[in-house]
Write a protein that binds this ligand. Structure first.
Ligand code: DAH
Length: 339
């Protein structure tokens, strides 16, 4: 019978289709509005009236069968199209995704900050492009101090077309984080308990212990009746937190224009001994100079305080036994991966 043979031909073609495009072709060919099977349906009208119901039924059953075949072949071909074009070698080693880490200097900074947070300090911030007032004048640093020399400090020339700012507004890259002390005290009344980590810049040639940019952390504590004992106790606590309980700290008299008295802090630990030294100089500190309080509008008769500043690279070098500061800035992955 015509219906049966047409159905078989259609099924054969649908199943023979090797891709979705060929399948679409076959569909149009038989089931489309001008398709062969559709034509069969249309020709029903030519049959004698009594034969029509039976023939119509047959055609409809065949059509349902064809549509089911079409759907199932489509599913197969869609699956095939979604398969990788090339064979997969499941024996190949996997591709490991490397997990990023924090830079060792960031890790050390975060540890220092954590240690100070435990005793109530908060983090303060200031600009790296500073002016002479905040970096030097307000810190009681005299105009002829060598640190202010262009040999030591990067000064910033006026932006093109604008007038160069006159001292003490002259712009420079801060040489230390001590400028943040002034920024904080200008903004808020005592008591103050802050630390300020950040980048600083000096016109040094890079060598194993110097880099033109490095990081410092500043501390400032202002309240009534603050003593050198508070300073020493705080410094000792933080270094023990950072580098272990065997750490010893000693203070040596020194000079800074913004503190009086001033000290240098040396510290000793098994690691320092391993480096063949008894003591390593690590930080500067002292009791805030009354003139500095005057400069920010605090009454030096009422307020007392201490400040310190130290280099973060120094601490990281001791902690990780690194002998060249430049390694921190070369971004060599093989170096950085170790921390
Ligand atoms: N600013 C000093 C430096 O760059 C370090 C320093 C010394 C900071 C004494 C202080 C301080 O706050 O009181 O080496």
């Amino acid at each position: 019978m015509e219906i049966e043979s047409l159905k078989q031909a259609a099924l054969a073609e649908l199943n023979a289709a090797q891709d979705l495009k060929a399948l679409e072709h076959a569909k149009v060919d038989y089931l489309g509005s001008h398709g062969k099977f559709t034509a069969l349906l249309k020709s029903l009208g030519n049959l004698p009236k009594e034969e029509r119901p039976a023939a119509g039924k047959l055609i409809n059953v065949a059509k349902v069968e064809l549509e089911a075949a079409l759907a199932s072949r489509r599913e197969e071909l869609e699956l095939k199209a979604a398969m990788p074009k090339q064979a997969t070698d499941f024996t190949l080693p996997g591709r490991r995704r490397t997990v990023g880490k924090l830079h060792p200097l960031t890790q050390v900074t975060e540890d220092i900050v954590r240690a100070f947070r435990k005793i109530g300090f908060v983090v303060a911030d200031g600009p790296e492009v500073e002016d002479e007032w905040h970096c030097f004048d307000a810190l009681n640093t005299p105009a002829d101090h060598p640190a202010r020399d262009t040999q030591d400090t990067f000064y910033i020339e006026g932006v093109k077309g604008s007038q160069e700012l006159a001292p003490p507004k002259k712009q420079l890259l801060r040489t230390h984080t001590s400028s943040v002390q002034i920024r904080v005290m200008e903004k808020q009344p005592p008591p103050i308990r802050i630390i300020a980590p950040g980048r600083v810049y000096r016109r040094d040639n890079a060598d194993a212990t110097h880099n033109p940019t490095f990081q410092q952390i500043e501390g400032l504590y202002v309240d009534k009746g603050v003593t050198v004992g508070d300073l020493k106790g705080t410094v000792e606590f933080v270094f023990k937190e950072l580098l272990g309980n065997e750490v010893k700290v000693r203070f040596r008299p020194h000079y800074f224009s913004y503190t009086e008295p001033s000290f240098e802090i040396d510290f000793s630990s098994p690691l320092v001994k391993k480096m063949g030294k008894d003591w390593l100089e690590i930080a500067g500190c002292g009791m805030v100079h009354p003139q500095v309080f005057e400069n920010v509008g605090y009454d030096p008769e009422v307020w007392t305080g201490w400040a310190f500043g130290f280099g973060i690279e120094r601490i990281a070098m001791i902690r990780y036994e690194i002998n060249d500061i430049r390694l921190f800035y070369e971004n060599n992955v093989r170096f950085l991966q170790q921390f």
